[in-house]
Design a protein around this ligand. Sequence first.
Ligand code: FAD
Length: 405
Amino acid sequence: MNKPKIVIAGAGYGGLITTVKLQKLIGTEEASITLINKHDYHYQTTWLHENAAGTRHHDQTRIAIKDVIDPRKVNFVQDTVTKIDPEAKKVTMENGQISYDYLVIGLGFEPANFGIEGLLDHAYNIRSINSSRLIREHIEHNFAMYNNESEKKEERLNIVIGGGGFTGIEFAGELAERIPELCKEYDIDRDKVRVTVIEAGPSVMMGFDPQLVEYALNSLESRGIEFQTNAFLKEVSADSIVYEKAEEKHTIKTNTTVWAAGVQGSSVLEKSGFNVKRNKVMVTEDLRDPDHDDIFIVGDCAAVMNEETGKPYPPTAQIATQMGFNCAQNLKALIRKESNTQKFVPDLKGTLASLGGGDAMGTVMGKKLYGKPADVMKKASDNRYLYQLGGVGLVLKKGKFNIFS
Ligand code: FAD
């Protein structure tokens, strides 16, 4: 009998952890494993705000896939998945097609635009290495241009962040560090630069403990970040945005709008006819598509219900990684026709948000942490992920060690 073909689509947290775990769990004679990814590298999405602000080089955030997979066990295909046909058990890519017996979908997230006028055409997104590098270069270009034009254009120095959630706040924190450096480099007065976070809710970081939110606001405001809450982004153009607050419209001249408010799963799922809500499939308790028991879905393309709150868990790298471990175990069980697959139970250790410049806040094991201890824990958790992926060698090569900065 032919050995089963396992195809893993997407080398993000969920897909790549599934792959590296599975290559250890099963032998080459048991199944073939193929990993498909758009790029020949993996990136830690949770570091991208640093690359976008320019406080960390993007090469530290990406890892060559060949450095973490075993080529004797995993066949890597660099291509973009365009469609999945669950009935024919085929994955279509830009440059070919591949059939599977078991498929793991880990294609990650895409920005959700909520129908805001001009957003798709004019706003930037922190989504990948490419999009983050573009933001960094765009901001730097505008600073470089400022003193090269006879008419001083404030829109070159105004940066608007759409959304005061996790991503928006972490990006604002990095900008708070980067802007003084850029001002020095391009001879610009810091007071001329404005960074404004536009948040539709009554507060930023909704869902976080109010004391932690206050800590974050104080930290960011003291470094020059402005906040507009209960404010709705209405229009984005190449050189301005319009937001509405208390039924009044306000305009900010800006060449740089970064949309950080809301994500959805990969549009490939909807295009392929999966039963989705915001491009996510509500998976079974062992992470399978309810309509196809040969398809596992991990990471931001999967929704898992939190029975305590009655709402799906928010999409996080922490959960995506844990799903990867669970998925690899379950694939092994199916291939070996072992006992039942395991239910996925998230083991939430806490949430930490970096605020830039060695500051952070969040909760770990139910305990609130602020400032340096939170920053050290955040970096330790980033390094732990590298350890899970590629052992001590990868931590030494790509890890975060600037804990005393
Ligand atoms: P991703 O990590 O998004 O990876 C998807 C992979 O699939 C990528 O390699 C991509 O190139 C590839 N891909 C996509 N489409 C295709 C295609 N069509 N064909 C082939 N390949 C494709 N979570 C936390 O837990 N803690 C944090 O501190 C945190 N901070 C964050 C900060 C920022 C700035 C952002 C943007 C997110 C943050 N998150 C955080 C959320 C977290 O990053 C996501 O939940 C996580 O990345 C989801 O992992 P994933 O495995 O689903 O996919």
